[in-house]
Design a binder for this molecule. Structure first.
Ligand SMILES: Cc1cc2nc3c(=O)[nH]c(=O)nc-3n(C[C@H](O)[C@H](O)[C@H](O)COP(=O)(O)OP(=O)(O)OC[C@H]3O[C@@H](n4cnc5c(N)ncnc54)[C@H](O)[C@@H]3O)c2cc1C
Length: 343
């Protein structure tokens, strides 16, 4: 049975002006015009590589603790089609995409950031930006696609299929609404991948925390962790029906599911409170953390980890994925201010 998605479950949209600077940087990188992401935490490579398998999930050989020596290829904007759409849990939809351009998509970059382009309400499929001699050429405003950032949940190079997991927070917002109604053959645009390399800095002990938007990346990180990795992982979901089976070779990883229950997503401090209750295991000399999700939660956890464990950018990925009460157009610029802060 599919749960009905209402705004009451997940907050309200607020239309604001769209800023496309992150996307502009991204396209320039995709096309080799720019070498780094200036606004994105100076995290200018991904961990993508040739993969191996864990169960039936392909994982990076370079894994978490070995930064990639080879820069992955990023693909410029391309059109993909929906192959499959499956409800994983009441508020999580898994969409599998395919397209000719995916033959150039790098392997093993699970958890990496991708840009998705959605059609406007009057369009059947998005009109993608192109790369001209002087940079990105966007379609006219009335045809410009809606841009959102998501994570690679899985990429199967043999099948040329890319899997993305969407939180169904609102049936009327561009990305969540699209995912809710997506059917075989529907078209969406993609560019990427991008993001940090490695996804999680090497350390003796890891603290990983996020809400449902971070669950796809966290799942990918766990799949890539080596056997000896240790850490505590906090994942906030509505209730136990949103839990997923997570796979990891790491024996020293403890998963803590946190339930927001009747509280709206993005309004709790459950993750911070849970993180405050753990303590550093004995004989741990180095710590790294990975935190993503709602803006306030991420900033509060970041501040705590900085204060308590002396973590900073090099060993602390802290990226707000969304902000309660703001749509992506309204929040985008602020996210980059947060990411650019020195910590
Ligand atoms: C690097 C990165 C990776 C990401 N990876 C994923 C991913 O793999 N899967 C995923 O689902 N999301 C992911 N996100 C988050 C996603 O981009 C945002 O949730 C985005 O706002 C969704 O777009 P929308 O069109 O559905 O909603 P918008 O139009 O942007 O927002 C509409 C309203 O919904 C609210 N809202 C947005 N997201 C949520 C939410 N999750 N829960 C409750 N309210 C919300 C907003 O505050 C606003 O009020 C990622 C974001 C980043 C930056």
């Amino acid at each position: 049975m599919q749960a009905k998605v209402t705004k009451a479950n997940y907050g309200t949209p607020e239309e604001k002006k769209y800023c496309s600077c992150e996307w502009l940087s991204f396209v320039l990188i995709c096309c080799g015009v720019r070498k780094t992401i200036p606004l994105a935490n100076r995290l200018n490579t991904t961990h993508c590589s040739r993969g191996r398998t864990l169960g039936n999930v392909k994982i990076s050989q370079k894994a978490i603790d070995k930064p990639s020596a080879v820069k992955p290829k990023r693909i410029p904007p391309c059109l993909l089609s929906v192959v499959n759409s499956t409800r994983l849990s009441p508020f999580m939809q898994r969409i599998t995409l395919t397209g000719e351009a995916l033959k150039d998509f790098p392997e093993g970059c699970h958890g990496a950031h991708i840009k998705l382009f959605f059609p406007q309400s009057h369009q059947q499929q998005p009109i993608l930006p192109t790369i001209g001699p002087t940079g990105v050429v966007w379609p006219a405003k009335e045809n410009k696609p809606v841009t959102r950032t998501y994570s690679v949940r899985n990429y199967d190079s043999q099948l040329q299929q890319l899997t993305v997991d969407f939180v169904l927070h609102d049936e009327s917002s561009p990305a969540s609404g699209w995912a809710l109604n997506a059917k075989k053959g529907d078209k969406i645009g993609l560019a990427g991948p991008g993001g940090p390399n490695p996804l999680l800095a090497p350390a003796d002990w890891h603290i990983i925390s996020g809400d449902m938007t971070a669950l796809p990346a966290i799942s990918a990180i766990l799949e890539m962790l080596p056997e000896q990795a240790q850490g505590d992982v906090f994942i906030e979901v509505n209730n136990p029906s949103e839990q997923q089976e997570l796979t990891t070779a790491a024996k020293g990883i403890k998963i803590h599911w946190l339930y927001s229950e009747s509280q709206l997503a993005g309004t709790t401090s459950l993750q911070l409170e849970a993180i405050q209750k753990i303590s550093q295991p004995a004989h741990v000399e180095s710590i790294s953390a990975w935190v993503a999700g709602e803006n306030t939660a991420v900033i509060n956890i970041r501040n705590y980890l900085k204060e308590k464990y002396g973590l900073h950018k090099k060993n602390l990925y802290a990226v707000p994925y969304w902000r309660y009460g703001f749509n992506e157009e309204g929040y985008h610029a602020e996210r980059h201010k947060v990411m650019d802060e020195v910590y």
